[in-house]
Design a protein around this ligand. Structure first.
Ligand SMILES: [Zn+2]
Length: 138
């Protein structure tokens, strides 16, 4: 099975990182998602920022961020936090930020993290950013 170059997963340790550091994460994502169109990248960065802030405000602090790139040009963003996963918590898991995520992402959800805590994930594809084609689709 062949994977596109730079498919990831790329992992960043948050260690309770503060939302003020999200500009660093946005640059980190841009460096790893080469060839992504500007609009698609911006959508991914928006989702990444909102998930990290959400983990900080509602999730007892963020643990890690994971980026994964799939064919055709879908980027999966996962943020693990320290909150205990309970089924049915989707609506109560966050505030305005997750509404924004649900508007931008093709799909999103919450699942238990392997080592406790929970993982909020979202998949962002090109459909939400039709302005400029990504290199992998051009
Ligand atoms: Zn794309």
């Amino acid at each position: 099975m062949t994977r596109p170059p730079g498919a990831g997963p790329f992992v960043a340790d948050l260690a309770g990182g503060r939302p003020e550091g999200t500009h660093v994460l946005r640059r980190w994502a841009a460096d790893r998602l080469g060839g992504l169109g500007e609009d698609h990248l911006r959508a991914v960065q928006l989702v990444l920022t909102e998930l990290v802030v959400n983990a900080h405000v509602h999730g007892g602090g963020g643990r890690s961020v994971r980026l994964r790139r799939r064919d055709p040009c879908v980027v999966r963003v996962e943020v693990e936090d320290n909150a205990v996963f309970r089924s049915g918590t989707r609506q109560r898991a966050g505030g305005r930020g997750l509404l924004l995520v649900s508007a931008v992402a093709r799909r999103w959800g919450i699942s238990p993290a392997p080592d406790g805590g929970k993982r909020v994930w979202a998949e962002v594809d090109c459909a939400t950013s039709p302005g400029q084609p990504c290199a992998s689709r051009a």
